[in-house]
Design a protein around this ligand. Structure first.
Ligand code: ARG
Length: 412
């Protein structure tokens, strides 16, 4: 029998390190690890060594940050995609790209299967596997966490000790954390009780609003066709801009979210998010759209935003529907060019100014001064016809139906 060759999405954490050895033993397989850099703060130094020590035959480190920003984050930003109107989806957006990177290596290395370290009750397993199904339908997917015998962290650590797999000496965090350039997702521990306020130690990249500076910070963000291209008057590439904005907004306590959300797998879960740059960019982008989008397009887009968010959250990134909606969204973004000034103060965002060469705001039409050019006389006829259906309905109901009721009452 041909020996199995499995490519694993490897983070360097406990679960995926155990997976490398476990797949070797259980499937008698050669194991290849693939680690993606999505701009996470956590050091990736030492990850390759750890992968080899865990038993990997080959180790791949992929720098996916730029692709992540331009092909995943910016489309979501242009779409205004916030799951359940709140979550900018750093985790959800990362999964299809990690799956894509894994599939690319798996194909090149002629693997028979791919594996991931997602649990059996989360959204991530769905995102991962549905992406693999779309990109490489012939590849088998293994989800060790759904199959293996370990019931606790301690059992996994014992397994590591038995096999000489290095275990981090630092005390394990009580939380499950996933992070990348677009944000951090934090769950488990005390956070599982939705009545408990998130403790300070749950947050790792934002200052608490109480400790944020007493003086407001102003930033200007420049957009070109819906994409941020400049910060505080300086042109910047997307990756640097998001990192810089994470710093500035994070220091002002901006971007903390506390959400009870509906998972794809049917349960409600409570998660804390830190997304300083994502929150600021969504806020600024929305303000620029208010200025530049035609009313009907803006209202129609709000519905599409919701659908687009669901597509991302539900793991349907590599689908024809997502592509089709991109067509609509890109069309709406052609005039979303301009500058937005945002005030940050103790966790809060305020609009401090917006301007665009494509602004549809017409001062001459909006003003109440003598510069006004709005045709007030046209309003009269407009209102007469606009209110006509309501007028007729109420007339009929109040007069005629009252009479009918009276007659019916007498007949009883
Ligand atoms: N609930 C978020 C999502 O489904 C994040 C999931 C991962 N969270 C974590 N803390 N590991 O997109």
């Amino acid at each position: 029998m041909k020996k199995e060759k499995i490519a694993v999405a490897y983070s360097g954490g406990l679960d995926t390190s155990v997976i490398v050895k476990w797949l070797q033993e259980k499937y008698n397989a050669d194991v290849i690890t693939v680690t993606g850099n999505l701009g996470q703060k956590k050091e990736l130094i030492g990850v390759p060594e750890k992968a080899y020590k865990s038993g990997a035959k080959k180790v791949f480190m992929q720098n996916l940050e730029k692709e992540f920003v331009y092909d995943y984050i910016f489309p979501a930003l242009k779409a205004g995609a916030l799951y359940e109107h709140t979550y900018p989806m750093a985790t959800s957006l990362g999964r299809p790209l990690l799956a894509k990177a894994l599939v690319e290596v798996a194909k090149r290395e002629r693997c028979t299967a791919v594996a991931h370290g997602c649990t059996g009750k989360g959204n991530d397993q769905v995102r991962f596997e549905v992406a693999v199904m779309a990109l490489a339908p012939e590849l088998k997917v293994i989800a060790p966490l759904r199959e293996w015998e370990f019931k606790s962290r301690e059992e996994e650590i014992a397994y590591c000790e038995k096999h000489g797999i290095p275990v981090a000496a630092t005390k394990a965090s009580p939380y499950s954390i996933d992070e990348n350039i677009w944000g951090t997702s934090i769950e488990c521990g005390i956070l599982e009780d939705p009545m408990e306020v998130a403790p300070q130690d749950a947050y790792t990249r934002t200052t608490s609003p109480e400790n944020a500076p007493d003086k407001a910070t102003y930033v200007t963000i420049e957009f070109k066709e819906g994409v941020p291209v400049g910060l505080n008057g300086k042109k910047m590439d997307g990756v640097s801009l998001i990192h810089k904005l994470n710093e500035i907004a994070g220091a002002n306590g901006v971007g903390r979210l506390d959400l009870v959300e509906n998972r794809l797998v049917g349960i409600k879960s409570r998660e804390i998010y830190e997304a300083p740059a994502a929150s600021t960019l969504h806020f600024a982008h929305r303000e620029l759209e208010r200025l530049t989008l035609d009313k009907e397009v803006m209202h129609a887009k709000a519905k599409i935003s919701n659908d687009y968010a669901d597509i991302i959250y539900n793991g349907l990134w590599f689908t024809p529907l997502k592509k089709a909606l991109d067509g609509f969204i890109n069309e709406t973004q052609k005039n979303v060019t301009g500058i937005v000034k945002v005030k940050m103060y103790k966790g809060n965002l305020e609009i401090a100014g917006r301007t665009s060469p494509y602004s549809l705001y017409d001062m001459k039409l909006a003003t109440y001064t003598k510069e006004d050019t709005f045709d007030h006389t046209a309003a009269e006829g407009f209102i007469k016809i606009y209110g006509l259906p309501s007028k007729i309905y109420n007339k009929v109901n109040k007069e005629k139906f009252a009479k009918v009721k009276k007659v019916l009452k007498r007949k009883k």
